[in-house]
Design a protein around this ligand. Sequence first.
Ligand SMILES: O=P(O)(O)OC[C@H]1O[C@H](O)[C@H](O)[C@@H](O)[C@@H]1O
Length: 299
Amino acid sequence: MSLTRTLTHAVSGASCKIHDFGACLVSYKTGAGRECIFVSRDAKLDGSKAIRGGCPLVFPQFGQSGKYESMPQHGFLRVNFWKADESTMYDNELGAGITYTLDLKDVKQARGGKWDDNTTYDCSCFLHVKINSQSFSTILEIKNTGKNEFEFQTLLHTYYLVDGKAALDGSSCYVKGLEGYSCSDKVSRDEYMTGSDPIVIKGLTDHVYNPPTGKDVVNVTVGVGGGREISVKATGTVGEKSVQVSCVVWNPNKENAAGMSDFGDDQYHDMICVEPGILGNEILKAGESASLTQLTEIL
Ligand SMILES: O=P(O)(O)OC[C@H]1O[C@H](O)[C@H](O)[C@@H](O)[C@@H]1O
């Protein structure tokens, strides 16, 4: 049985592939057939490890916070099998789409800390994927189905394919639109405000950009090599209110690529991760839902 489902938008010819493990979007091709998503050639696609590439889903923690330290990095969504809800599939003039679901009771791997087998929390997660000729969107929705509120972080860890091995060429691979954000550099431990220069990959890059007060949405333009650009817009809600969305920019560079068994030593030239996330330790009350929406348009 194949673990990957292909969705095609008949009118435009655009298509995407979604892997059941982690409901990971592992390919999006425009109507003209251009691939936009990076997946490592060494990625494990058999459910034995989080997929190295695509759009891994992060929840209830980003990274390895002290609070849930017994839970593996980035939480449990990316390392469990989700169910495709075939009743939600559609393909019409505006686009094609499908919804995947994961209930906490079906989470077999990476439970831990406050989310271990004795947890007092419960949740159901939904990933809505939509594609059309020039864009794809992923909406991650988390519903608190338990009796207790919980604190969480969530993020869409999207790996974009960079053409022409240009990830380290700042003239064609960059992120614009994060001016005035506060940057937390996880490598140097520096904290600073961004200026007007685009963000470029100079070496090992692991930056968390938090927006200034009053700015909730992420709206960036990403250079992905060969003079091509994409637009990434992201919004977040918790309950009825809109919340601030941060943006992580990551490239493992030579030093970290060498240490990853599921990433080709030279492949850091071929990708840039631009990862919108709700990282403010929001509280999700019983019965409420949170959502993180990412819309990527190929310009
Ligand atoms: O290796 P992973 O667990 O997939 O994490 C890959 C990367 O994810 C994010 O971008 C984090 O900011 C990085 O610190 C981390 O290295």
